[in-house]
Design a protein around this ligand. Structure first.
Ligand code: SF4
Length: 617
């Protein structure tokens, strides 16, 4: 057990990040359990503590009498400096046990820009970075989350990855680990990995060899042992009513990003936006029943003392019994001072009505995501909303007293022209004018937030060549020159961060050495603009003789073997190819839960179905 010197804690910012002992944290005697797991999120405490997936896994694992699960996050740079200066190894918040003494460390991989933090945390823990360098004394390093669907750039550092939803598979992995230990650890590390590889949804990267063609594309991905399956298929929970939810989450002492109850209404989204990776990875839609949700909410309010319930799902406004849930939660908790918030809104007036209901007093800004500036481009990405929808929704909001609106867009989408980019400005002015028409005076505030499109693995746009940083910057300036009204604020992302994200999101194993090199050069907290060192990354690419444009900006041929082809989201490749063609032809594919099945392959392939309680009623 590590004892932190109070002097160290006094010298760092936000010491409560490191002190542990929060309400609902679970401390177990490691001698009384069979398996110990350190659950890690490679970002700072406030971000890590806001991750719902890890809260769920923490509860599932700690509900097992044979397992102890503890938390660990990336120490902020000041704390890291203290730890390195005083030889304090990375340790967990529950029992202050060094992470290297656990059986397993599980990283949640939410976003490519945290890969350098994974290496930094392993190094701080004293765990060899490469799987090949670890032996009996070291924990197994496992990963999960959306990036696991193409974890090839980090394949050298992970012993195994879990593909898909973790609730059931994590228990399978722990059970196999416990029995391998009980059996006396036969065949060492590879003995466990071979047993684990037989579990559905488990991917052991070292069990696959990758060969390349002369032009740098992949020639083949070949299993190198009999336990390795030719394809790893994602795990999916059939009915969310049957699995555990985080009803007793750890409550922090300091403000975190999502400092409220997170109530997950359903999983998945079948609207089919063609840029959206989550829309593919979490298919199909599976709703929890209203009764189940009320029961979970009761427990959460009681166990945490929070006074806000946030309805979190990919698109919460699509929940089939939304009004019933919003009203029901209000009836149950309003007199206890607990409010309900809806983080994502559909672009329609029903959503405004609901927003009105939940925001009785406070009229904070409303956020809408038209994603693209013209109807043509919204058809390309299958957004399924029209300018009229937006006008109606924003108009309804203005009539009901809102005056500030935030609009989210992307630039760099397939087939985009300058006209589409300028369409973003037109839409912003349209919103301003609408306020004037309705209220008879100026006074609206519009925030235009523009991110740069990054094509992601497993989506219809996975073959598309991402815009270069120069092209993105030109488009940003074009838009900036058009948005010259004091009532409009314009935010956009650093094009270089999006470029790097693009390299890693569709990268292959050869990028492992670039990552290592960049980390050695000081790369960490790359998702934090003040720490992002683009120069270090470019030097690392050069040193390793790897061209990042090969990964980010190259249009792929549909016949090319993609680095993630042996990982299956359950969606057929033929569906993605046809969606890409539909995009070019500006054709709309309807939402399969409310219209006809568009034959993506998930339901029949995984033996699962859309669960929409509104449709069943
Ligand atoms: S198989 Fe059909 S119903 Fe199921 S998610 Fe795919 S498109 Fe929707």
């Amino acid at each position: 057990m590590i004892k932190l010197d109070p002097a160290v804690i006094n010298r760092v910012t936000k010491p409560a990040r490191y002190t542990g002992n929060e309400l609902n944290s679970v401390k177990k005697d490691h001698a009384s359990v069979k398996v110990t797991v350190a659950l890690a999120l490679p970002d700072v405490y406030e971000v890590g503590m806001s991750n719902l997936g890890l809260k769920i896994l923490y509860q599932i694992l700690n509900d097992r009498t044979d397992t102890a699960a503890e938390r660990v996050y990336a120490p902020w740079v000041d704390m890291e400096a203290e730890m390195r200066a005083h030889h304090i190894p990375l340790h967990t918040l529950e029992t202050f046990t060094p992470v290297k003494d656990f059986d397993m460390i599980g990283f949640s991989l939410q976003y490519e820009m945290i890969y350098s933090n994974v290496l930094n945390m392993l190094d701080l823990a004293g765990i060899p970075l490469m799987t090949a360098e670890r032996d009996e004394r070291h924990p197994f390093v496992i990963g999960g989350g959306p990036c696991a669907y193409n974890a090839e750039p980090v394949a050298d550092f992970f012993d195994l990855l879990v593909i898909g939803e973790g609730e059931e598979v994590i228990e399978d992995v722990v059970a196999v680990l416990a029995s391998w230990k009980e059996d006396g650890k036969p065949d060492g590390r590879s003995g466990f990995l071979k047993r684990a590889a037989k579990i559905e949804g488990v991917y052991v990267p070292s069990f696959y060899d990758v060969s390349y063609q002369a032009d740098g594309t992949i020639a083949a991905v070949t299993p190198n042992c009999s336990e390795a399956k030719p394809a790893i298929i994602k795990r999916v929970v059939k009915d969310l009513n049957d699995v555990k939810f985080a009803t007793k989450p750890v409550v922090p002492y300091l403000d975190i990003v999502h400092d409220r109850i997170m109530l997950e209404l359903f999983r998945g989204c079948t609207r089919g936006c063609r840029f959206c990776q989550a829309g593919v990875l979490y298919r199909p839609v599976r709703e929890r029943t209203p009764e189940k949700l009320f029961d979970i909410a009761e427990q959460l309010v009681q166990n945490t003392g929070y006074n806000e319930i946030s309805l979190t799902s990919l698109s919460s406004a699509d929940y089939s019994h939304l009004r019933e849930i919003v009203r029901g939660l209000g009836e149950r908790f309003n007199d206890k001072g607990v409010s309900v918030s809806l983080p994502s809104l559909r672009i329609d007036s029903f959503s405004i009505e609901l927003a009105q209901e939940v925001q009785q007093v406070r009229k904070s800004g409303l956020t809408f995501a038209p994603e693209a500036g013209t109807q043509r481009l919204r058809d390309v990405i299958n957004k399924g909303v029209t300018e009229q929808d937006l006008e109606q929704a924003v108009g309804a909001a203005f009539r009901q007293g809102w005056s500030s609106v935030k609009l989210y867009f992307m630039i760099g989408l397939p087939t985009e022209t300058d006209e589409d980019v300028l369409g973003i400005a037109d839409l912003a002015y349209r919103v301003l004018n609408l306020y004037k028409e309705i209220k008879g005076r100026r006074g609206a505030k519009v925030t235009v937030s523009v991110s740069s499109f990054v094509p992601k693995a497993h989506t219809a746009f996975q073959w598309y060549g991402q815009n270069s940083t120069e092209e993105i910057e030109r488009k940003q300036q074009l838009l900036k020159s058009r948005l010259r009204d004091r009532s409009i604020s314009f935010n956009y992302h650093d094009s270089r961060t999006s470029f790097l994200e693009g390299v890693f999101s569709r990268g292959d194993r050869r990028l492992g050495k670039v990552l290592l090199e960049a980390w050695r050069g000081g790369a960490k907290f790359d998702g934090w603009s003040e720490y992002f060192k683009y120069g270090v990354w470019m030097e690392a690419f050069e040193k390793c003789g790897i061209d990042p444009h090969f990964y980010a900006n190259r249009e792929r041929n549909e016949a090319e073997i993609l680095p993630w082809q042996h990982i299956s989201s359950g969606v057929d490749k033929s569906f993605l190819v046809s969606e890409y063609q539909q995009a070019i032809q500006e054709c709309y594919t309807p939402d399969c839960r409310r219209s006809t099945c568009s034959a993506c392959g998930v339901c029949p392939g995984l033996g699962v179905e859309v669960l929409d309680w509104g449709m069943q009623a």
